[in-house]
Ligand binder design. Sequence first.
Ligand code: NI
Length: 400
Amino acid sequence: MNDIGSKVRSLMKEMEPVFIEDFKYLHQHPEKSFEEFETTAFIKKRLTSLGITIMDHGMKTGVVGLLKGATDGPCIALRADIDGLPVEEMSSCSFPSQNKGYMHACGHDTHASSLLAAARILAACKEDLQGSVKFLFQPAEEVNFGAKEMMKHKVLENPKVDALFGLHNSPEIPIGTIAVKNGPLMAAVNRINITITGSGGHGGVPQRNIDPIVCAASIILSTQTIVSRNLSPFAPCVVSICNVRAGEGTTNNVTPNEVTMYGTVRAFQTEDIDLIEKRLGSIIQYTCEAFGCKGNLEFIRELDVTGSKELYDIALKAVKETGAQPVDPTPSTGGEDFSVYQKGNVPCFFYWLGTRNEKQDCVYSWHSPKFKADPHCIMIGGGVYTMSVFKAIEKFKAEN
Ligand code: NI
């Protein structure tokens, strides 16, 4: 166990060309959420060839693999998401997507190949492993349902998982760095659906109608005061209305009956989310009353905050041991369904894997058609997953 760090570091280097081959395949074959059939088959084949047992949890896509070490001991799980996005690739990558209209625009291919890299390293270090490792290749992160599906199929049981680590690439931090945050890293995600009902009619005779569009416009502006006037300037929160629908086609002279609006609310504290929900409700209710409309708000709490203080010390040690540079990042108001696992009783930790490399054009944000990750991140991601396992087992063994 003593020199496991240097053994892992040399395997990372030695195996890097194979890691890149896995990454190339995954990058070229992005698939839709919950339809990751080829990706699932590819991962199963790779894990099987490494002597890793495929566990059948009855899921349509996604893979759970189990590697038993030399002795019994704690079971550490590692999670990567595997789905692509309906984005047409426009990046400068030399091995672009072969599935037209789909792309790994959020870099989940870097996660899946980092986890495959960890599987390769850990399989080679089986004799040093005093416990077991569960590999969770999760479908459908992009639609916020994949982790829920995994939990429904009880992937953290049989054997019971003692700790879980996950990661997401980040084009905001340079290649060679890993974000290790002692606390919340990504925001809670809430969906808002708003309906404003008036009474439509001739657009040229407004006095006969109750116009839901003017009412909706007033609501849109007022909602912006929640962040600027009701919440502390030190509480990072977002209220965005991103979709407004009213009227038919290009019609310009009919006041519609109804306006629907969809939006997103992001925050890090439950009390802030409660306050936003309450203020949104009041703004909609009283603005509608003033305009003679009827309003309805659906506030759906989709995901909790990702990131915690649990396992921070282990995570920091794991990163240092791989030779990567740990950085303390600014949290993101993006969301992650890794938070679903955090709600269970298993301690969890979530990293960001630096992928930014200006020389290679790896600078574009998640979901951009130009998104590109420096493939060198796979080796680092694989190393960090691997050392998280060894450091966690070491800690649990010392505690027992
Ligand atoms: Ni993502």
